[in-house]
Design a protein around this ligand. Structure first.
Ligand SMILES: C[S@@+](CC[C@H](N)C(=O)[O-])C[C@H]1O[C@@H](n2cnc3c(N)ncnc32)[C@H](O)[C@@H]1O
Length: 233
């Protein structure tokens, strides 16, 4: 079993995904696209952008739509979701988008990108420090990395949910109560969480909150799932 399949088998998930499953694993579409595009407007439109753990590619397609001159690549571990995304590229005739497989903690693309991002994915990677370094290594000097991650508040909240998942998670939840503890074992056990200090200790640069520079309203879980960017000198 591949490392990324230990907490949730994403290949099977995307193979079997119906519309609700796709929406449930599309947090970027709901929470990230607006602040990300606002950040680009403020800091300058990047000439190249990569999103790792892209899922159905909301961030990828939004950037490609808004900035046709930007080269955009979406990476994910699961081939079925990449295949669906590639079909969309063909059907909608994009000429600035590609989708490739990458399985964190390894990420060694053939080129660097001005902006690299990873949203709602590092929580599934036990070797989070290695993954963070690999993502940052793929950023061009002068560019930046954009991330959401789970922190100690998420760890404490998820630990409580895992004790009584049926109390907290109803049928409308994006998470199956029977598999919650297994799915988020990395967060609950503290292997797949980060903090500002930890990011600084690994990369040697302090992250900055996106909410300190954009006006888009924060999403509800901003305290336990910070949205940050890390400039690369
Ligand atoms: C919760 S979804 C988030 C999708 C998208 N980033 C978003 O925010 O809407 C997590 C995604 O990460 C992918 N993934 C899980 N483990 C991964 C790994 N080790 N390397 C790369 N992608 C991974 C899954 O296939 C899935 O598409």
């Amino acid at each position: 079993m591949a490392a990324y399949e230990q907490t949730l088998d994403w290949t099977t998930y995307w193979e079997e995904a119906g519309e609700t499953d796709r929406d449930d694993a599309d947090a970027s579409g709901e929470y990230i696209v607006s602040p990300l595009l606002e950040l680009f407007e403020q800091r300058g439109v990047p000439s190249s952008y990569a999103d790792v753990g892209c899922g159905p590619g909301s961030a990828v397609f939004a950037v490609a739509d808004r900035y046709p001159e930007t080269t955009v690549v979406g990476y994910d571990a699961a081939e079925p979701v990449l295949d669906t995304n590639r079909m969309r590229v063909t059907q909608e005739d994009y000429d600035n988008v590609a989708f490739e497989q990458a399985v964190l903690p390894s990420f060694a693309p053939e080129r660097q990108f001005e902006v690299v991002s990873s949203f709602y994915t590092l929580c599934y990677v036990p070797e989070i420090e290695q993954a963070l370094q690999a993502l940052y290594d793929a950023v061009e000097p002068g560019g930046y990395l954009v991330l959401t991650y789970h922190n100690q508040y998420a760890q404490s909240m998820f630990t409580n949910i895992a004790k009584q998942p049926h109390e907290y998670l109803d049928k409308d939840s994006a998470w199956n109560p029977d598999h919650f503890a297994e799915r988020f074992a990395g967060v609950i056990e503290g292997n797949s969480i980060l903090s500002y200090r930890k990011i600084h200790d690994i990369l040697g640069v302090w992250p900055q909150s996106l909410w300190s520079v954009v006006e888009t309203e924060r999403y509800r879980a901003w305290r336990q799932n910070p949205l940050v960017f890390v400039p690369k000198p």
